[in-house]
Design a protein around this ligand. Structure first.
Ligand SMILES: [Ca+2]
Length: 363
């Protein structure tokens, strides 16, 4: 989602991203596309004077050809299914890490990851060297996002972004903020397509407008996507090397620190446990090892040696007791791709599983 990302979008929705990201990427994504394809009876945005006025504003702000912008947005159609997907799940929907994990850490995805790793060793090694971002994390991200390009979304980006920019569901608690976000994404999308000579009405992506193998939102596409195979163009749809370099550049920009573990195992000393205090900063790494342990968190030997701040990450397991890990600044960096600790841990564990399978094959 993330983000780059649909990621950022989902991120800023401030509720269990996991459920949303999942529904979008799995079954419901296909459903949206089928429904999306059937939207021919929805009027195009060309018939909405308020939207055409916004198109003119975009053209002026971005110094784009007015007719071109009108034509691109004018061809977009409202997607009712997309609008529904961005609404928060009903209150009280329990999050479930084990269920979430089982959907991403599976043999199909691990096998696809092994193939991707083997086919792109050079680019992965170069990204690790130039950006300090480990192969495991890049492989984990691309597996969770799109199964290495197998599921990049089938919704027209112009339809998704226009729907969310001009008809974001008012029932959403942060509708106004989200509307502003999607208007900005639409604007950047159009501007980038125009400059890169791409057809803004034909690119496909997720229901939120996230594109390509890494599912970058337009703002991340503009800011972080790079040409990493040296062919002179940036292609996050078809070039695995460009995708690898772009994800690495994204992580570097969000303060990924080379060599730092993402998290440590944590248990509790119940005699001094202050769980409320430990959970108060949520996923933001805030505690030194000393203050973490003073509040009753017990780290393993590696964790006790950690130099930077830590966060106590809680993962609900439905009605079963929650799981906990001690997240570092690198764990937090992964949540900048998609604002969910469930997402981050799935990325980490998938990357690790693929690495293990690659090592096994090498023996
Ligand atoms: Ca390229």
């Amino acid at each position: 989602m993330q983000t780059a990302i649909a990621t950022l979008l989902i991120a800023s929705l401030a509720y269990p991203v996991s459920a949303l990201a999942e529904s979008a990427r799995r079954g419901k994504a296909a459903k949206v596309s089928r429904k999306g394809a059937a939207q021919k009876n929805e009027p195009s945005y060309a018939s909405r004077p308020d939207v055409m006025r916004e198109a003119d504003d975009i053209a002026e702000r971005r110094n784009l050809d007015r007719d071109w912008v009108r034509q691109a947005i004018g061809q977009a159609r409202y997607l009712p299914s997309v609008a529904k997907l961005v609404l928060p799940p009903p209150n009280g929907t329990p999050k479930n890490w084990r269920l979430y994990r089982s959907r991403y850490i599976d043999p199909v995805r691990i096998q696809a990851g092994v193939k991707f790793w083997q086919a792109n060793r050079e680019a992965l090694a170069r990204a690790e060297k130039e950006y300090g971002v480990s192969t495991e994390i890049i492989v984990g991200i691309l597996g969770v996002e799109t199964i290495y390009g197998q599921q990049t979304g089938k919704v027209r980006v112009i339809d998704a972004l226009s729907t969310l920019a001009f008809d974001f569901p008012a029932a959403h608690p942060r509708a106004s903020e989200r509307t502003t976000f999607f208007k900005s994404e639409l604007e950047q999308y159009l501007s980038h397509c125009q400059r890169a000579g791409l057809d803004a009405t034909s690119l496909l992506g997720s229901y939120a407008g996230a594109m390509g193998m890494p599912q970058f939102m337009p703002s991340s596409w503009v800011k972080y996507a790079i040409d990493f195979d040296g062919d002179g163009s940036v292609d996050i749809f078809n070039s695995p090397a460009d995708v690898i370099g772009s994800v690495a550049a994204y992580f570097k920009a969000f303060n990924w620190q080379s060599g730092m573990p993402t998290h440590y195992a944590v248990s509790f000393d119940h005699s001094k446990l202050d769980l409320d205090a430990l959970l108060a900063p949520d996923i933001l790494p805030t505690f030194s090892v000393a203050s973490f342990t003073a509040k009753g968190a017990v780290l393993d030997a590696d964790g006790a040696q950690h130099k930077g701040p830590l966060a106590l990450i809680e993962l609900q397991n439905g009605t079963a007791p929650p799981s906990f890990v001690a997240g570092t600044e690198n764990f937090y960096a992964i949540t900048r791709y998609n604002w969910s600790s469930y997402y981050a841990l799935a990325v980490i564990e998938l990357g690790r599983a693929v690495a293990g399978a690659v090592a096994n094959k090498a023996q």
